[in-house]
Design a protein around this ligand. Sequence first.
Ligand code: NAP
Length: 306
Amino acid sequence: MDRQFDVVIIGAGPAGLTAAIYATRANLSAAVVEEGAPGGKLVKTYEIENYPGIKKIAGVDLAIELMEHGLSFGAQLESGTVTAVEDDGENKIVRLADGRSLKARAVIVATGTKERELDLPEAQRFTGRGISYCAVCDGAFYRNQDVVVIGGGNSALEESLYLTSLVNKVYIVIRRDQFRAEASVVDKVLANDKIEIIYKHLPESLIIEDDKITGIMLKSVEDGSLRKVACSGIFPYIGADASTSFLDKSLLDERGYLLVNSDMSTSHPGIYGAGDVCQKDLRQVVTATNDGAIAANSVIKYLQKH
Ligand code: NAP
């Protein structure tokens, strides 16, 4: 039989765990479904310097604090991948890939985003052995070696700074002559003599010798000329897409982000959104926790009415 909750929260990142705190402190029964490690993107982030009240904290440490706090008022953590959210008129039914399903009167979608993968021949085969999407997890494999980071957003630049503590040299490849990251991070990168920026280039192909990555070929966006960079590791940080494949398309914008109102409600009664998965301008831990609190508060009001 499906287990019944007042609210099922999908995703145990900062948004989902904050929603869990607010919902359970209001005496709602809540399940938090997570397919990976609780903490969301924090788990893959070296350091956080812009969460108010905490000047500096390792991403994984904040993830652990949030998880302990998020579950401390009785929310149940459920490991699983959500494949669909259905509505039987009275309840939402959250279906999981392993065949289980959870019933709830309301659902909060807080599934965040998934990093975009490098679209080059052989890239998938070398993921985990030369290509990595997590500097914090894999950086130590490239100690004293040269690595290439692709992208000019906050993730690329912050993780490049982390990598300089381990590797010999970091090449950052960006496709424009401007970064997308915050100015303070750009300044730190430009001042770091272990980092070389390669402007106006795109990845063209992997260089593979003896079944190992030994470099990457880059193509100039200006004149199409090729440039070879020798490296043993490649860290693509080229943005992310909303994790919304299990949701009805009518709830999403054209890029797949969840459309929400200011109270975090979606167009489907009883389904709410929170965090990076939503269409929004600023994706930060602090905006995710803000969304989680508002979404839970809206669920409390919705359940009082219905
Ligand atoms: P992002 O901000 O979207 O940056 C993606 C970068 O990859 C951009 O420089 C983009 O170039 C480049 N890019 C995209 N597609 C590419 C391709 N096919 N080939 C080469 N380069 C490509 O992504 P993000 O850094 O992962 O950040 C995601 C969100 O999380 C952002 O809202 C960010 O602010 C937030 N975030 C915040 C923090 C923090 O506040 N501490 C830390 C991490 C992330 P263009 O600029 O030319 O488009």
